[in-house]
Design a binder for this molecule. Structure first.
Ligand code: ADP
Length: 453
């Protein structure tokens, strides 16, 4: 069911129920009031007649009838019957009134002192009157045509009023729900026009302050993030294919030249090819790690490991591959609690992150030396990797974490510009922080802080 229909329906039902309860209450209160008023007048008339009959000796039936008929209080089609204690009719007004009052009713009146009842078109009251000399039973009845007509008219007015109001309410509810939901319908049709090829489109933010405008603002922000993510992915794919193509072109070129010459030294050719393939291998491993680092932490195997061991392994592997590197590792102070050395980590990923940082320090410095220093506080273990190398120009510092970005200083060094992107992702995956400080042509310090156990 559409929200508009639901709002209209709910609003109509609620208001209709309130109206019906109100109208019914008014009707029943009026009906009760009419009845009470009518019976009270009937009772007054009955008592006046029976009192005169009982107490005033001079009054005979005829005089009483004259008094009854001329009373200002007399009711339409009023009949009064007075019986003595032996159920004998002693007074009846009008004379010829035929009305069947049986002995059962008379004895009921005697028992209860007062009985009210309705029969045919009459409302009647029967009262036991204890006079000075005798007891009497007086039954007065009348037809409250005027009161009942008024009540019927009120009922008719209330029913018509309720029905007309319900129709009006349906119209009003439809109108207002349409007005309230119009901006949403507009949003829906605008959203329909947005596809992957035009993620730069934005929807109308209306007055910028109500709930629907807030929704539109949030939606636009989400579009912005999606657009940026798509753009990044697009440029990543094109950069990655470019990086993969470069060594492949070099490989093809070298093979073509060797085949053309015919007399190339196979050892030299193979050595060159091996170098290119190693670069290619490194790049594809980096891309694979990057894909893994983009995963959610819950999808990666996490163990409790000693940070000095992870860095030690990275150092050993680097030294094995690069005989000219010098990597010195030092503790500022050894922690008292051995748990401070432990981190929850994925061994392969964290080793690859430190490998990148340490390799950069050696690769981009003349003395090929990296100084690693470990320190601790109650929350984190901090790893500082310093070199006295070529440094990074200040304006490039904020870009070095972008995928495939290589600063001008690295022109003459091998690399693909994905090492630090990967490293940052891995450190953040481990709830850590990375910071790079550098002075151009003097050296670089990379600091990583990771929460320990
Ligand atoms: P790569 O080293 O393969 O080029 P990285 O992502 O590891 O890629 O580094 C990105 C860029 O940051 C490098 O190209 C280089 O310009 C700069 N850089 C990183 N580490 C250092 C460092 N220790 N000294 C000087 N420049 C560095």
């Amino acid at each position: 069911m559409k929200i508009r229909t639901r709002i209209t329906l709910q609003f109509t039902i609620i208001v209709s129920v309130i109206l019906i309860v109100f109208a019914t209450s008014v009707y029943f209160i009026s009906a009760n009031h009419r009845e009470e008023e009518f019976y009270s007048r009937l009772e007054d008339n009955a008592l006046t007649s029976v009192k005169l009959l009982s107490d005033v000796d001079e009054v005979d039936n005829n005089l009483l009838k004259i008094i009854d008929n001329n009373s200002a209080n007399s009711l339409p089609d009023e009949r009064i019957f007075i019986y003595d204690a032996k159920d004998k009719l002693v007074y009846s007004n009008p004379d010829n009134a035929r009305y069947n009052i049986d002995t059962i009713l008379l004895s009921e009146i005697k028992n209860k002192s007062e009985v009210r009842y309705s029969k045919d078109k009459y409302d009647a009251i029967g009262i036991l009157f204890k006079g000075k000399r005798y007891d009497y039973i007086v039954v007065a009845m009348a037809n409250d045509e005027y009161g009942l007509n008024k009540l019927n008219y009120l009922g008719y007015l209330l029913i018509t009023g309720v029905l007309v109001t319900i129709v009006l309410i349906i119209g009003i509810a439809l109108f207002f729900s349409k007005q309230a939901l119009n901006p949403i319908s507009g949003m829906v049709s605008q959203i329909d026009t947005i596809s992957i090829s035009n993620l730069n489109l934005r929807i109308n933010e209306g007055n910028g302050s109500d709930e629907i405008a807030q929704l539109a603002i949030k939606f636009n922000k989400m579009l912005e993030r999606l657009d940026a993510a798509f753009e990044m992915q697009r440029s990543f794919v094109s950069n990655a294919s470019h990086e993969l193509r470069t060594p492949l072109t070099a490989l093809t070129g070298q093979l073509e030249v060797a085949l053309m010459k015919g007399d190339a030294d196979p050892w030299i050719v193979l050595k060159n090819l091996l170098n290119e393939i190693k670069q290619l291998n490194k790049l594809s491993n980096g891309l694979l790690d990057l894909a893994q680092a983009n995963l959610d932490i819950s999808e990666i195997k996490i163990e409790t490991l000693r940070i000095d061991e992870i860095i030690g392994n990275a150092r050993a592997e680097l030294l094995k591959r690069n005989k000219d590197y010098k990597i010195n590792m030092d503790f500022e102070h050894f922690p008292e609690d051995e748990n401070w050395l432990k981190v929850n980590a994925n061994e392969q990923l964290l080793k690859s992150a430190f490998s990148n940082i340490i390799e950069n320090a050696c690769k981009y410095s003349q003395d090929k030396t990296a100084e690693i220093n470990l320190s601790f506080n109650s929350f984190n273990v901090s790893i500082m990797v310093a070199d006295k190398g070529i440094g990074i120009p200040e304006e490039d510092l904020k870009k070095i974490f972008d995928p495939f970005y290589r600063s001008g200083n690295a022109k003459h060094y091998s690399g693909h510009g994905i090492g630090l992107t990967l490293t940052k992702k891995i450190i953040e995956l481990h709830k850590g922080k990375i910071n790079v400080g550098s002075v151009y042509k003097q050296g670089t310090i990379v600091t990583v802080a990771i929460p320990h156990c």
